[in-house]
Design a protein around this ligand. Structure first.
Ligand code: AVI
Length: 330
């Protein structure tokens, strides 16, 4: 197939998925929109603002681990100087945390290839060029695609693997989906391969909730951008002034959730669907789950996989943990 034609087909398949998922979510008894659709060009830029907000402790906490506990991380991974390995990162983004690890591995003469995986081609090519400049000795091989699909590919790699899945990205999956993902991930690994799973820990509401309800209203813009995206891409007429960002956190369960609450009873037309949806005053659209973890919750998710927790590293505030998982024989 010609490249331009192929691109058009991929793009229109993606927008068909978007359209169908918006239709499903807004037709459900309890309305929802999948959080993966936050990340268009504008959403990506707002997410960078989120990571820099004082309330969003997650990014700094994990950076603290990678910057200040690098040697501990290397020793719990039990990698040795003689073995050439693949260091795979799912959802690599700009690689700020990972570069701290790469730097030390490189200085200490470890033999490895860095394989960052991301859905965004743009993010990958930017990461590749910064690595070439900042860490010219590192062998890098980027992979663009959806995590689930890329796992199929990874399965065929022969070298020992260390797979990074950082940023508490797993927390945006329901527990059922997260367990399915971990099971699939374990089948892509060989015995003794390791996973570094970065997760936000369950802690009091006064720490967690502000991370999703910041003073400057950045997270509110992030959430509302989802409606703006539907307006832009699916010819809809959401009036953004008639919705508010409405986050909550259940401290006992350790689950943060975001909603968009309708301020009035209103009708929204979605041109691409040729449909009108009614929202009642006070009705909420669920847009995101950000789960927090402890060892019990994580062990329950790992139950059906061949992965077991062998260690964990925490930041200086004990807010965040990077769990080290090992693929075992069952
Ligand atoms: C990407 N993910 C781990 C973020 C989180 O904390 O759930 C997304 C986010 N949503 C609002 N703020 C940040």
């Amino acid at each position: 197939m010609q490249t331009t034609l192929k691109k058009t087909v991929i793009k229109s398949t993606a927008s068909t998925h978007f359209k169908n998922e918006v239709d499903l979510g807004l037709s459900a008894t309890v309305k929802y929109l999948p959080s993966k659709y936050f990340y268009d060009k504008k959403g990506d830029a707002i997410f960078v603002e989120i990571m820099n907000m004082p309330e969003y402790y997650l990014t700094n906490a994990e950076y603290d681990i990678f910057k200040n506990k690098t040697q501990d991380l290397i020793s719990v991974l039990k990698i040795n100087h003689k073995t050439d390995f693949d260091l795979i990162e799912l959802g690599a983004g700009d690689g700020t945390k990972t570069k701290e690890l790469l730097k030390v591995l490189d200085n200490q003469g470890f033999k490895f290839t860095f394989l960052p995986v991301d859905i965004s081609k743009n993010a990958l090519s930017q990461l590749e060029s910064t690595i070439h400049v900042e860490l010219p000795n590192i062998k890098i091989n980027t992979k663009q695609g959806d995590y689930f699909n890329v796992l199929e590919d990874i399965k065929t790699y022969e070298k020992p693997k260390v797979l990074l899945f950082l940023g508490s990205n797993i927390g945006n999956l329901s527990d059922a989906k997260a367990a399915e993902f971990l099971k699939k991930l374990s089948t892509a690994l060989h015995e003794n391969d390791k996973v570094v799973l970065g997760v936000d820990l369950i802690k009091p509401k006064h720490i967690v909730l502000p991370a999703y309800h910041d003073a400057q209203g950045i997270t509110s813009r992030f959430n509302l951008n989802l409606l703006e995206r539907i307006n832009r891409e699916l010819d809809a007429d959401f009036n953004l002034d008639m919705f508010v960002h409405d986050p909550e956190y259940d401290e006992k369960e350790g689950i943060a959730q975001s909603f968009l609450k309708s301020l009035t009873t209103q009708q929204v037309k979605i041109g691409a669907l040729n449909k009108t949806f009614i929202l009642k005053k006070g009705e909420r659209i669920h847009t995101e789950t950000s789960r927090k973890y402890n060892e019990t919750v994580l062990n329950a998710l790992l139950k059906d996989s061949n992965l077991k927790i062998i260690d964990k590293l925490m930041d200086s505030n004990n807010y965040f943990a990077d769990f080290i998982l090992e693929k075992i024989k069952k």
